[in-house]
Design a protein around this ligand. Sequence first.
Ligand SMILES: C[S@@+](CC[C@H](N)C(=O)[O-])C[C@H]1O[C@@H](n2cnc3c(N)ncnc32)[C@H](O)[C@@H]1O
Length: 220
Amino acid sequence: MIRAVPATPPVIEPEPAAAAVVFGEQLPIARRFAADLAQYGEQLGLIGPLEAARLWSRHIINSAVVAPFLQDGGRVADVGSGAGLPGMVLAIARPDVHVTLIEPMERRTDWLRDETARLGLANVTVLRARAEEAVEAGPFDQVTARAVSALRTLVPITAPLVRDGGELIFLKGARIAEEIAAASAVLRRHRIRDAEVLELGEGLVPEVTRLFRATVGGTS
Ligand SMILES: C[S@@+](CC[C@H](N)C(=O)[O-])C[C@H]1O[C@@H](n2cnc3c(N)ncnc32)[C@H](O)[C@@H]1O
């Protein structure tokens, strides 16, 4: 629960024009999420002290660029959701998709549950667990993750959550090529195929978003 109002209100990044493009009719809910996260995120230890000033571009729109890659009416698990990035943003942008937010830290799952209720999101389940403990909640059509760990350790804990032929979609940084090289044996062991890296968000956000996208098992 939110217990106290911060002494000084944070400096919040003005909403960029891209927000209307990526959220469409869902923009009022995205605005409420941005306002709540900017106001309480630092206090609750969800975001660092500098993040409110770049919340839209660095975090919310960066997360939302994944939305068009989600399967219509699908079941998505977001591993290590933290403040709700990208999982809650995706649930806002894609109300047709059910998103399970998997996060082990109680303080963070409390926030995720409270914020889900405040935003009135009917398509979100919050699961307090490590990904390794969440296999029974699946299988999911797609699993997302951002800033959880390098591919070498992320793939073994996320691939078992996905149905045969489902997808892994991870937001990644500039060193993704090195991560893929370091994970080659792990990718083979977990039957990861058709791996690709997409660069998204050009013209929408200052920094390009890199997406690692791959299929688990299935047939080519
Ligand atoms: C650096 S934070 C990133 C949070 C959010 N995804 C973001 O981009 O802001 C990493 C998160 O992953 C969670 N985490 C770490 N190991 C995990 C695991 N094995 N399963 C699920 N979540 C995990 C942590 O509790 C933490 O909330």
